[in-house]
Design a protein around this ligand. Structure first.
Ligand code: UDP
Length: 331
């Protein structure tokens, strides 16, 4: 279990009632840090906020500003965001306002109240269709969807604030986050991600899974992604907090460096669940690159990060356990 710097920090976690935010908040608490979760519960769940964290319900910028006004904090981990690629193409204003405008207001609040550190949830979607694989942080950033464009815009804003105002900032560019940690896992009202969708077929909540495109230039003709366990991802945030330096904006890719095709993921889910999981081929999803695999050497070298749950079978096993527990809990 990594610790950030040895010293207990007082932190705000925006989006801490969501999937990655709740796992990260739980790991921060276990490492001895003090956590206040700010979440408007628009997509998160109050019962996903870990015990030991105080929940402030509200807008990521306004409620963070109000919290900072009441007491000094060592930093903010900013997870709260709109994150549906399809929706971002249909309703871009929701993403530019909800992601970018909110982030700028958050940066201003942090500056005004002297919160020194920021760790930001960025994404592989900032790169768009890659020229080479695996993707290093030096790759061109040409997002193919509005979601990725808004996250990239925030990354640029963070760089400016770090340069001008001495903010100590780290952006972590996630590849495909999956798996679960204890009672914290993925539960979206609108589910678009492959692994939870496939597992919903195994629970009987869906009849079949659609494979979006079998005409990609890959071995089995389906798209390849780099699946990273949510706990490994969360632990990188703790390390990032320790590495953040005033006036610097560091950017790290987080993935395992191994790609799995849609068909391989479905096959692994069949092995783990023992369910036949019917799959049908459907057209490609707009804006989906063929292959997204991370080069995470920089995170390994500079953060000392090492994914410990890189095995896809293990990632799916954890997601499946969480899915079954969630199904059992629901009326
Ligand atoms: N995918 C699929 N069927 C689904 C959901 C996703 O074939 O029902 C594919 C999707 O086109 C992509 C991969 O699975 O190639 C991973 O998609 P996901 O939405 O999980 O993550 P993304 O890579 O888009 O962030």
């Amino acid at each position: 279990m990594p610790t950030s710097s040895g010293k207990a920090l007082k932190l705000i976690v925006t989006g801490g009632a969501g999937y990655v935010g709740s796992v990260c908040a739980a790991r921060l608490l276990e490492a001895g840090h003090e956590v206040v979760v700010v979440d408007d519960l628009s997509t998160g769940h109050a019962d996903a906020v870990p015990e030991g964290a105080r929940l402030v319900e509200g807008d990521a910028a306004d409620a963070t500003a109000a919290t900072l006004r009441k007491g000094a904090f060592d930093g903010v981990l900013h997870f709260a965001a709109k994150s549906l690629v399809g929706e971002s193409m249909q309703d871009p204003g929701k993403y530019w306002r909800g992601n970018v405008f909110t982030a700028i207001r958050l940066l201003d609040a942090m500056r005004e109240h002297g919160a020194p550190r920021l760790v930001f949830s960025s994404t592989a979607a900032t790169y768009g269709e890659p020229e080479k694989s695996p993707i290093p942080e030096t790759a061109p950033t040409r997002p193919t969807n509005t979601y990725g464009a808004t996250k990239l815009a925030i990354d640029h804003a963070i760089t400016s604030y770090a340069n001008a105002h001495g903010l100590a900032a780290v952006s972590l560019r996630y590849f495909n986050v999956a798996g679960a940690y204890g009672r914290y896992g993925e539960r979206h009202a609108t589910e678009t991600h492959l692994i939870p969708i496939v597992l919903q077929v195994a629970t009987g909540d869906r009849a079949q899974v659609q494979i979006y495109g079998d005409d990609y230039p890959t071995e089995d003709r389906t798209a390849i992604r780099d699946y990273i366990h949510v706990t490994d991802l969360a632990d990188a945030h703790l390390l990032a907090l320790g590495r953040a330096k005033p006036g610097e904006h560091l950017i790290y890719n987080l993935g395992n460096g191994t790609g799995f095709s849609v068909r391989q993921v479905i096959e692994t889910c069949r092995e783990v669940t023992g369910h036949a999981i019917p799959a049908v081929v459907a057209p490609r999803r707009a804006g989906d690159p063929a292959i997204l695999v991370a080069a995470s050497d920089k995170a390994r070298e500079e953060l000392g990060w090492k994914p410990e749950r890189a095995d896809l079978h293990g990632i799916v096993t954890d997601a499946w356990r969480f899915t079954r527990e969630l199904t059992a809990r629901q009326p």
